[in-house]
Design a protein around this ligand. Structure first.
Ligand code: AMP
Length: 481
């Protein structure tokens, strides 16, 4: 099960924690709209509330009032194609011999089945097929025989894959980031406590200050009385594997992840796109909202070079249409794009247009947009994409379709250009991404681009053996080399 989610954990000195948790879940709503949940502890017992839907729908005043205590964890869950329901809502809670546990997870384990089998042999029973339940049971088992930090270290040795976790064990909150730092997790300070959250925007929403990112393999323990935190570096990996797609699409533009400002990254990627494949047109316009920062960077770089190009909003988004991505049939997805995006005719009629977006996945959005903008009278339609072609699935927490559905899985850029009907199409390369992010390409997870993954995944290639650095990631040698 692919879990692209948001997590939070807060410990306060002497203020009830439910409301700050609720607000921070609002700040993380873009990371998951299927379900939301909070677990708190008041020193005596744990309280839980989870429900389906948006944060605003999942809780009412009475639910928040019932969540008593000054520390707790929360979760927003991303929609996956099947299995909508409260069964997999998080935090995932259990009570066991030595206390209570509530676990919020963002990421995806790659050894869930093997671990579940081992735990089942030891008598653990499971109520869902979610990897989070496996993590919770593994941790509970280790807590029976070891002190918490030791039990977490033992759990981290067993669970493989991507995980940013916030855990409430009895009355103590922990934040845990996987040894490759695949998913983000940040530590912040409030006037009267500490917060751990998937993104810095959640800390700022609470009027807090970001202290720093949780390091890959690090565990942060928030003191129960909210007065301090302690750091435990429990695991190291030979290299990080930060998900580049967080920067390109998933995270909020106002967040800072691993020291990189997401909005600036997107602008710089847009500028790079102009450098690499800029084309003179009358107008540059973003796909709202995903392409906005890229288009601003692209148009800005073009204008800096003296190009006579207008930067305009030429597509209007209907905010009340849900994400097209999760529509089950292709026809529904196409209809949804048309409902969602409408061109401003006088911006495009009789003009050559460059449309900038962050990514092409199935190709539905760009195909539809080319048609829509041509129908509105555009003379030429060029597409520029601020990421490399997405050619392989994600096993590590981003909800991506299978290879059969990914347009770049078996088509070249020229073929995709034909398929979507654009006058021209250009992407960035993985090397562009690494350069703009200022990471070595080996520190990034580029599995969905290269088809080679930084974790061992059955039936897939590893980028750590034959493909180190991953194929296609380095710049090609200059001519004459
Ligand atoms: P597609 O129409 O299938 O080519 O998808 C591309 C559009 O979906 C772009 O506008 C992206 O911003 C957006 N997108 C990319 N990845 C995802 C994802 N994992 N979930 C939802 N939307 C996405």
């Amino acid at each position: 099960m692919h879990e692209k989610c948001g997590v939070v954990g807060i410990a306060l000195r002497d203020r009830e924690v439910a409301r700050p948790l609720y607000y921070s879940l609002y700040a993380l709503q873009h990371r998951g709209q299927e379900a939301a949940g909070i677990a708190t502890h008041d020193g005596f017992q744990q309280y839980d509330h989870t429900d389906t839907g948006l944060v605003g729908d999942a809780f009412d005043e009475a639910d928040i009032d019932d969540l008593t205590g000054t520390r707790g964890v929360g979760h927003v869950r991303y929609p996956t194609s099947g299995g909508v329901g409260t069964c997999c809502a998080q935090p995932f809670s259990v009570s066991f011999k030595s206390g209570s546990l509530a676990v919020s997870h963002n990421g995806n384990l790659v050894n869930t089945e093997a671990l579940r089998d081992t735990l089942a042999e030891d008598g653990h029973t499971f109520t869902t097929d979610a990897d989070t339940e496996v993590i919770t049971h593994e941790l509970a088992r280790n807590l029976l025989s070891a002190a918490p930090i030791q039990a977490i270290a033992e759990t981290m040795e067993q669970i493989h894959g991507s995980y940013s976790l916030t855990v409430l064990h009895d009355e103590t909150v922990y934040g845990i980031r996987d040894p490759k730092g695949n998913r983000p997790l940040v530590l912040g300070e409030l006037d009267d406590g500490y917060v751990l959250a998937s993104e810095s925007a959640a800390v700022e929403t609470l009027d807090g200050e970001v202290i720093r990112d949780v390091a890959p393999g690090e565990v942060i323990r928030l003191a129960t009385d909210g007065t301090e935190y302690t750091s435990h570096q429990l695991a190291t990996a030979e290299s990080a594997a930060h998900c580049f797609f967080e920067y390109v699409y998933f995270a909020r533009p106002d967040s800072v992840i691993d020291g990189r400002r997401v909005y600036e990254v997107r602008r710089d990627l847009g500028a790079r796109l102009w450098e690499q494949s800029g084309i003179d047109t009358d107008v540059v316009m973003p796909v709202p909202d995903s392409g906005r920062a890229f288009a601003a960077g692209y148009a800005g770089a073009a204008q800096d070079e003296g190009a006579d190009v207008e930067f305009a909003e030429g597509l209007m988004k209907n905010r009340y249409v849900g994400r097209t991505f999760i529509m089950p049939t292709q026809e529904q997805r196409e209809r949804a794009v048309r409902l969602k995006l409408n061109p401003i005719k006088h911006t495009v009629a009789g003009r050559s247009v460059t449309i900038v977006d962050d990514s092409i996945v199935r190709g539905t959005t760009s195909h539809q947009l080319v048609d829509i903008v041509r129908d509105a009278g555009a003379e030429a339609v060029h597409i520029r994409i601020g990421a490399p072609p997405i050619a392989a699935p994600c096993y590590l927490g981003i909800d991506m379709p299978t290879r059969e559905e990914l347009i770049a899985a078996d088509m070249s850029v020229d073929e995709i250009e034909d398929a979507i009907g654009a006058d021209s199409l250009a992407y960035l390369t993985a090397a562009d991404i690494a350069r703009v992010l200022d990471f070595d390409s080996t520190e990034l997870c580029l599995g969905c681009v290269s088809g080679a993954y930084p974790y061992d995944i059955e039936g897939e290639k590893s980028d750590r053996e034959t493909l180190y650095p991953p194929v296609g990631v380095e710049d090609p040698p200059a001519e004459g080399d």
